[in-house]
Every structure is written in structure tokens, then in C-alpha cells.
Design a binder for this molecule. Structure first.
Ligand code: GLY
Length: 347
């Protein structure tokens, strides 16, 4: 087992171990004195893993309940959050009990927000079952739901008490979901770690499973470093948004339907690198992204994408920040006026 200790305002460990889901009760009982554990999951992940999680929790003495909601981003809303609160009342969860988020980013984000707010805050554990959730959303304490005004607009910072990453869960992931997580791993290599990037570019979507534990470990370790320096997203944490300014815009242009977050990030990273960096670097990134069956660009016209960037919650007054990596492993935050951004993007 590999452990990464995250030193945020409330420190916690991330455990990376194949088969750890079946031992989660043991690990969770070492970080909490809870009597009850409410497992929050979706109808796909729950079918695959909730039995193993519940059995392990029960064998360690927890009184276990399960709340399941429909899989997908459409469930990350205030209605499902309210149903989770009602379930926690029915199950009799108290301040000293815990929530267990079992699933991908949607489950982690909404369970984290429930944990941040129910009874003014209770402990929660993340058991991320997608690559994207393991390398990004389960670590760092961002929790949220979507509202009609936009994605992730209602949320809170709430660190989990433990994160359990079982790489065996990644072998049941559809290829497109694995690729989605790989886009974030490529991002970590680009912004901070040329060795990670070299490792990723020497594999492809068909064989990356052989080194996935190393990729998960290196990616989370970079996120640890960034989050420890800027837990509440006031500066340096913004470098995690490489590829995201255009990526979110592309996702929005596609109405968040046929375009995954990873596809948006991959295309966004390539488009920014094409525009601001040496052609050799742009070509190297494109080759890597293509090896993971991710897009290097978009059919969406730039003039239609930019209005989505202007409403992004990262925008401040009349300026916009974005990330440029002029060499692998080095990221720079650039901040320009909105009209200058349009000019730089050729509009
Ligand atoms: N996913 C970006 C962050 O955690 O800040």
C-alpha cells in the first residue's frame, strides 16, 4: 500500500492499494469513532461495489445504511442533495457518524457537500472508483452541486477524513472514462512533472493499466503539494486549471452532453499549447493526448467558445486568468483583460 499524507487545515491520508475496497472497514475504523456509516453511491457503482464496502464496514462493527441515486452529472443537484439529507435523518445519523462517498466525481462532490452541511458538518470518507475522481476530485476538499446558473456553483471546502483508492476499480471502467482521467494525469505531467509526462507518453490507452498505480500516486502527490500551499483556491491552486478555461467552454458549448470533462481538458490543453508554445511541444502533447483517444481540438468556433469563458466562475471583473506550460513540467498563470484574451485567441 502507498500512502500520501495531505497536510491541509484538517490533515488526512490517501491510501492507494489494489483490493482496498474489501478492507475499507478496517481503514475507516482507524480514523473515526462513528457508530453509523451512511454509504452514498449511484446505481452503477453501487451495483458493483456496495456489497463489498458494506460487508467490510459491518465486519468492523459499523451500523451501515446505503443511499443510491441515478448515475450521472444530472444527479448533482439540490434535489438529490435534499433527498440525501432526508435519508440521513431517517437513518439517524448524528454528528459523530460518517458518510462514505462510493463512486466517481458526482458522488464525491455531492456527498462532500452533504457532509459539509448536514448538522453543520460531519466526517466523510472518499472511495473514488474512477480515475478522474482518484487523481482529482476526491483530494483537496472541493465539494459542490450544479444549479441552473452553472456547474459547481454551490459548494464548500470540506476535506475528507480519509481517501481510499483501489486501482482494481479502474479495470471495470469504460475506455472513455479511463481516458477522461488520463487527461487530468497528462495535465499534472505538463504543469509539474516531466518524469510523469514521460511515463504517460510511453504508454497508451490499451496498456496504461500496467503503470496506473504509479500514475495515480504521482498525480495525487502533485495535487497534494498544490493544495497544501493553497487549500482555499486563492492563488497557486489555479495552475490545476491548465486546459480548463477552454475545456469548460467546450463542455458548455456541447451542453455537457456528448463531451466529457477529460475531452474538454485535453482539447483545451492542446489548443492553448498550439497558440502559446513552441511547435515541437504542441506536437508532443498532441501525440500523447491522441494515444489516449482524446481530442486535440474542437469543431466549436472560437468566437462561440469565448462567451463561455467570460461567464466562468474563475473570471474576475474584466480580467481572465489562464495557464500556459512553455515546457513540460512548468506552468505559468497569465492574467489579461478580457478583450486582450479575445485578441490572443484570434477573435
Ligand atoms: N479540480 C481543481 C481543484 O481541485 O482545484
Amino acid at each position: 500500500m502507498k500512502t500520501i499524507h495531505i497536510r491541509t487545515s484538517k490533515p488526512y491520508d490517501v491510501l492507494i492499494e489494489r483490493g482496498s475496497i474489501a478492507k475499507c472497514g478496517e481503514y475507516i475504523s482507524s480514523v473515526t469513532k462513528s457508530q453509523k456509516a451512511a454509504v452514498i453511491t449511484d446505481d452503477i457503482v453501487g451495483g458493483l461495489y456496495s456489497e463489498a464496502v458494506c460487508a467490510s464496514l459491518r465486519s468492523c462493527g459499523f451500523d451501515v445504511g446505503v443511499f443510491t441515486f441515478p448515475n450521472g452529472e444530472a444527479s448533482k443537484n439540490l434535489d438529490i442533495l435534499s433527498k440525501i439529507y432526508n435519508y440521513l435523518c431517517e437513518f439517524g445519523i448524528t454528528r459523530s457518524d460518517s458518510l462514505i462517498a462510493l463512486g466517481g466525481g458526482v458522488v464525491g462532490d455531492i456527498t462532500g457537500l452533504a457532509a459539509a452541511t448536514f448538522l453543520r458538518g460531519i466526517d466523510f470518507v472518499q472511495i473514488p472508483t474512477t480515475l478522474l475522481a482518484q487523481v482529482d476530485s476526491s483530494v483537496g476538499g472541493k465539494t459542490a452541486v450544479d444549479i441552473p446558473g452553472g456547474k459547481n456553483l454551490v459548494g464548500a471546502f470540506k476535506q475528507p477524513v480519509l481517501v481510499i483508492c483501489d486501482s482494481n476499480t479502474l479495470s471495470t471502467l469504460p475506455e472513455a472514462e479511463l481516458a477522461c482521467g488520463m487527461a487530468e494525469a497528462i495535465k499534472y505531467g505538463m504543469i509539474r512533472d516531466k518524469e510523469l509526462f514521460k511515463l504517460i507518453e510511453s504508454y497508451d490507452i490499451s496498456n496504461v493499466d500496467e503503470v496506473i498505480d504509479d500514475i495515480v500516486y504521482a498525480s495525487i502527490d502533485i495535487k497534494r503539494d498544490v493544495v497544501e500551499h493553497d487549500e482555499f483556491d486563492r492563488g497557486e491552486r489555479f495552475i490545476l486549471n491548465f486546459g480548463h478555461t477552454l475545456g469548460h467552454a467546450i463542455e458548455g458549448w456541447h451542453n455537457y452532453t456528448d463531451y466529457t470533462h477529460g475531452m474538454g481538458v485535453a482539447a483545451g490543453m492542446c489548443m492553448m499549447t498550439d497558440r502559446f508554445c513552441a511547435p515541437e511541444l504542441a506536437e508532443r502533447l498532441r501525440r500523447c493526448v491522441t494515444a489516449y483517444k482524446l481530442p486535440t481540438g474542437t469543431e466549436a468556433p472560437m468566437e462561440e467558445l469565448l462567451p463561455y469563458c467570460s461567464v466562468d466562475k474563475k473570471r474576475e471583473l474584466d480580467s481572465i486568468s489562464f495557464i500556459v506550460c512553455e515546457e513540460v513540467g512548468k506552468a505559468e498563470i497569465r492574467r489579461v483583460k478580457l478583450d486582450e484574451f479575445y485578441r490572443l485567441m484570434g477573435v
